[in-house]
Design a binder for this molecule. Structure first.
Ligand code: SF4
Ligand code: SF4
Length: 393
């Protein structure tokens, strides 16, 4: 059994958050049972891009401050804070991300150091689809790691929580390469599980910041949604199951389905020691979920059905002319090289697009829209009225 605990927290008020985090750590056996005295601890945040904390796309600074101050007080730890964001992993980019995400203040207060080592090492991880991959040295050089994720919807994977957050252990544009070489969602989820399983050797705790999460077209273009909870445990899939229970059926999420297929998680979640019934009682029926389109589902269909399905039952990215500033960020990061600058806006070649939605995640001007055909919308509406508004049993 692995224990997952959660705390109800109304708002990002420092004292409330610190008290809640402290109580969760105590319920899990105390911070000292996970972190040795004097350790160098890396806090792996979700810093997808430069966005202020109130947009609910990144780990909130009060949560970071709470964990860092407890590590200092209780374990005399040296705390380093960081992530590899969705774009380039360079001092200029990452320092502007730190600033934009409100993390400079905690460093000024002496709670932690913001990571300035932007190197990485090719690391054997012995995964199913990834034998070895570049991993950021901030992670590799730490004595232990605490994963501080954010609860969000995600246009490609359905949701982003503890396990998905670990994709950020892969530096900058290597992530783009990973999308290009693993374009199918099913394969990509295997890759995410490979990284999460490898990282587990060093990660002592996974905490999800869901005081305010994101709903709608996440992970960056959605809207903040008050959830009022923090989750913590030692296993990323278990913590994710508990968090997702608040707004959807965990077994429907592609990443958790994949963890079940790989025997990293049981179908019944029987190994999770958590009060799931109390989470189900708090089920948020009106949460705006993301329906993922799993192109792999079409692979075994006859060619003509596949053609129609891909044409009428998949999502398409479209750049909004009025918002696009032709900054080229999407063009640089598109793993399929499907974007080029047109006269008035970025243009997508839909034949090349692999629907990874990196362009939507990274566009600083919210210019990327995900469009669904009428047929897809109707199909979703029919299935959502049948299932997703229901409180899970
Ligand atoms: S869509 Fe966004 S990221 Fe791409 S060029 Fe336009 S403004 Fe830049
Ligand atoms: S156009 Fe956007 S969604 Fe399509 S492959 Fe490029 S980055 Fe991914």
């Amino acid at each position: 059994m692995s224990k997952v605990v959660f705390a109800n927290v109304k708002e990002y008020e420092q004292q409330q958050v610190t008290e809640a985090v402290k109580q969760m750590f105590e319920q899990l056996g105390g911070l000292k049972s996970f972190v040795k005295e004097g350790s160098k601890v890396f806090l792996k945040l979700n810093l997808v891009r430069e966005m202020s904390a109130d947009k609910a796309a990144t780990t909130h600074p009060t949560v970071v401050n709470a964990v860092a101050s407890l590590l200092q007080q209780e374990c005399n730890a040296t705390v380093v804070v960081g992530d590899s964001c969705g774009g380039l992993y360079t001092p200029a980019v990452m320092n502007s991300v730190y600033r934009g995400c409100g993390l400079k203040e905690g460093e000024k207060q002496g709670l932690y150091t913001l990571n300035q080592d932007f190197s990485s090492t090719s690391t054997p991880i012995g995964g199913k689809v990834l034998g070895s991959v570049e991993i950021i040295n901030a992670f590799l050089n730490a004595d232990c790691v605490i994963n501080l994720a954010k609860l969000k919807t995600h246009s490609f994977t359905g949701y982003s929580g503890a396990a998905k957050n670990l994709f950020g252990l892969i530096p900058g544009l290597v992530k783009v390469e990973m999308h290009a070489t693993h374009p199918q969602l099913d394969d990509f989820c295997d890759l995410l599980c490979d990284v999460a399983d490898f990282a587990q050797s060093k990660i002592v705790l996974h905490l999800i910041d869901a005081i305010v999460g994101m709903e709608g077209p996440g992970p960056t273009n959605g809207t903040p949604k008050h959830i009022g909870k923090l989750f913590c445990g030692t296993n990323p899939y278990h913590v994710d199951v508990c968090a997702v229970t608040l707004f959807d059926e965990p077994a429907k999420m592609p990443l958790l389905q994949k963890a079940i297929q790989r025997d990293s998680l049981s179908q019944e979640f029987s190994e999770i020691d958590c009060d799931l019934s109390s989470l189900k009682a708090d089920y948020i029926a009106d949460y705006k979920r993301v329906q993922v389109s799993n192109d792999a589902a079409f692979l075994h269909l006859p060619a003509w059905i596949r053609f129609l399905a891909e044409k009428f039952l998949t999502q398409k990215v479209k750049m909004r002319k009025r918002r696009c500033k032709k900054c080229k960020k999407c063009e640089i990061h598109c793993p399929a090289k499907a974007i080029e600058m047109g006269k008035k806006k970025a243009i997508v070649d839909h034949k090349k697009c692999i629907r990874c939605f990196c362009c939507q995640e990274l566009c600083p001007f919210d210019a990327v829209e995900i469009k669904e055909s009428l047929l897809l919308k109707t199909t979703r509406w029919l299935s959502s009225t049948k299932t997703s508004k229901k409180r899970p049993k």
